[in-house]
Design a protein around this ligand. Structure first.
Ligand SMILES: Nc1ncnc2c1ncn2[C@@H]1O[C@H](COP(=O)(O)OP(=O)(O)OP(=O)(O)O)[C@@H](O)[C@H]1O
Ligand SMILES: [Mg+2]
Length: 242
């Protein structure tokens, strides 16, 4: 069923991005529901990260619209999109290994609040993800899962409304994963919209209310977890490729 305009956080219309002959995103339309956790899935190379890059200005689309609060974000620079309340984490974590946890938190540029409040917010967010005990530890000394938690909490420094997570569960141990999922749900309860790209089907099926499936740059299905699990085209995309 189509969502009402007010129920859509991000309305992606007919997005295209080609790299030479590779149609990474090939006419994708996605309506992400506001205040919910959505999943974006698909086999390797299906265009998920490219879609995130287009939504966050890391890559400019060839064509298509990205409507957010009535404004088209397509082609805007990352810092402009980020100032509008959209944030993300990366598939390959981008924390500073030679900076401490706290310094990493403070490394977010362009915050429009006073220094003292920036430090206070950093402390609160470290507390939120239980990293306070590692405050003065170098990023490079954190476990892989802790580095992902750090990147996640750093992404929240801007107090975003829309949070895009690219493979948050990959390489994270079960204990930290349970933590991370708890934080994701807490953010949703605060009214934020979350979109998760993930290969871990337990995370997707148990934690996302709506799922979008990509294959070869196009959306092949969308629906509730049980609908996606029963969808023949989705099963074919995952297991049918030779
Ligand atoms: N900068 C680039 N230059 C050329 N080709 C690219 C570039 N970025 C992505 N691609 C290609 O676009 C396609 C989609 O890649 P993308 O990284 O978006 O896939 P993905 O769904 O995130 O895959 P994975 O699950 O493996 O992370 C792939 O064929 C990839 O090789
Ligand atoms: Mg990817």
């Amino acid at each position: 069923m189509a969502l009402h305009k007010d129920e859509i956080a991000l309305d992606v219309q007919d997005l295209h991005k080609h790299f030479g002959g590779i149609k990474a995103v090939d006419g994708c339309s996605l309506q992400f529901p506001k205040g919910k956790i959505s999943g974006l899935i698909g086999p390797n190379g299906s265009g998920k990260t490219t879609t995130f890059n287009l939504l966050t200005g890391v890559t400019a689309p060839d064509s298509g619209k990205i409507l957010y609060n009535g404004e088209n974000l397509a082609g805007l620079k990352p810092y402009k999109i980020f100032r509008k309340g959209i944030t993300r984490t990366f598939q390959i974590t981008r924390i500073y290994r030679e900076m401490t946890t706290f310094e990493n938190m403070l490394s977010v540029a362009g915050l429009s609040i006073p220094e003292r409040e920036v430090r206070q917010r950093a402390e609160e967010l470290m507390d939120f993800v239980n990293l306070t005990g590692l405050r003065d530890e170098y990023g490079g000394n954190l476990s892989y899962g802790q580095q992902k938690l750090l990147e996640f909490s750093r992404a929240l420094m801007t107090d975003p409304d829309l949070i895009l997570l690219d493979e948050p569960a990959a390489g994270v141990n079960r204990t930290l994963l349970v933590e991370l999922l708890k934080h994701i749900h807490e953010l949703q309860e605060q009214g934020k919209t979350i979109i998760i790209v993930e290969h871990d089907m337990n995370v997707i099926m148990n934690h996302c209310e709506k799922i979008f499936v990509m294959d070869y740059g196009v959306k092949i299905a969308e629906g509730l977890p049980e609908e996606i699990q029963a969808n023949k085209q989705v099963i074919e995309a995952y297991f049918g490729h030779t």
